[in-house]
Design a protein around this ligand. Sequence first.
Ligand code: AMP
Ligand code: ZN
Length: 472
Amino acid sequence: MTLRLHNTLTGTKEVFAPIEAGHVGIYTCGPTVWNFAHIGNLRAFMFYDLLRRQLQASGYRVTHVMNLTDIDDRILDQAMHAGTTITEYVKPFVAAFFEDMAAMRAQPAEQYPRPTEHIPEMVAMITTLLEKGFAYVADGDVYFRIESFPRYGALSHLDRSGLRPGARVATDRYDKESASDFALWKKAQPGDDTLGAAWDAPFGPGRPGWHIECSAMSKRYLGDTFDIHCGGVDLLFPHHENEIAQSEAANGKPFARVWLHSEFLSDASGEKMSKSAGGFTILRDLVAAGHDPLAVRFFLIANAHYRQRVRLTTDALHASAEQVRRLRDFAERVRRTDPAPAADEDLIARIAEVRAAYRGALDDDLNLPQGIGVVFELVREANAALDEKKVGAGARGALLGLLEEVDGHLDVMGGEEPGLADEVERLIAEREAARAAKDFARADRIREELRERGIALEDSRDGVRWRRVTPA
Ligand code: AMP
Ligand code: ZN
């Protein structure tokens, strides 16, 4: 088995081989914590999670670094309006980010560095760039001179004739069409100090630009050259191009060897989801509307390949929830089944074939949707075999093994989301109490409320049981 990944640098799928045998270093551009992460952001983060799980399944130890951008123009703006420091302002959004990641069962990264805690590393790199002549000071700001770096544009296959030597850009988010000298360091403005957003440096007091953080923090935790760098396609230019220029110019060594870019998520109307555009959806909204965060997880990683655009619609989320339910039910059924005294060699061979096809799909640039398609074919066949009592100990064991491997990527089969079970049990107890008190209106109301959140109650002889259904 060989893992192949689509490298944006070369535009081809390449056999993956890390620098150090058995170990992979990954840097992934994380959230800017000026607000809640929207589902488009979460798509990128769940893609990072899928990558790390597949690397682990391939036998590698992973060192995953994800930055939390805690300083940029928007954060300064918001902190100023809120009359607080940037550190205080971002706190609830950092907490919300970790809650969302936990609700979606993203494996934690090994490091979550923040630029405000790595100012010396950034100052050191900017100093080197100045010394080597790749950067210059203008009006107290420091800029990277893109003309001085001949490989500028190699990642995004930029037409260098479009370069505008000397044109400068200091804002964090800017014109994606033209390449310009970009800010490494921005001179302190009146009030930055009160916001906790100004630091001393040999080239004058100020704060770092957006791009330098990823160059300085990846160097600190992964070294000058590392294996894989990921981000959404919108970061390809100029952010990733600028990271390469800064790092390779300062270190004199190649930067990331493989670049992976995940596609956009758009809203139901087909517009790219973005916080600045206004109409964005966050995980909390979906959960409040009754969606299981793990169905959202499934939708984001298993519904479409990471290099395909996806559209977030309620129907698509319900379809994902249904698939998750079918997998859970199937896993439960296989676990509960007593092996039949059956000759099941054919089924065992078929399961082995599906397992190989599943692995082949994941090895082919993380094609989880294709792998899941093959698994669902088997679920149908195996359900039929279970109906006919044709599943012996061998096939049962092989099915459980396959499901465990699949859930190594999906992570949706093992139980409900944390906290939900307790809350549902509490409401069930309340409903029982209402029924005992003959307050049937209240009991019905509780049942209806749960139904709207996608939880159906079933009265059985052993008491009340509940399960997830498509929200009413
Ligand atoms: P930000 O918080 O804006 O710095 O973005 C964090 C991550 O989300 C980056 O990797 C972006 O490329 C990614 N991202 C932003 N918007 C979308 C979107 N609509 N669809 C997919 N990924 C996105
Ligand atoms: Zn970055």
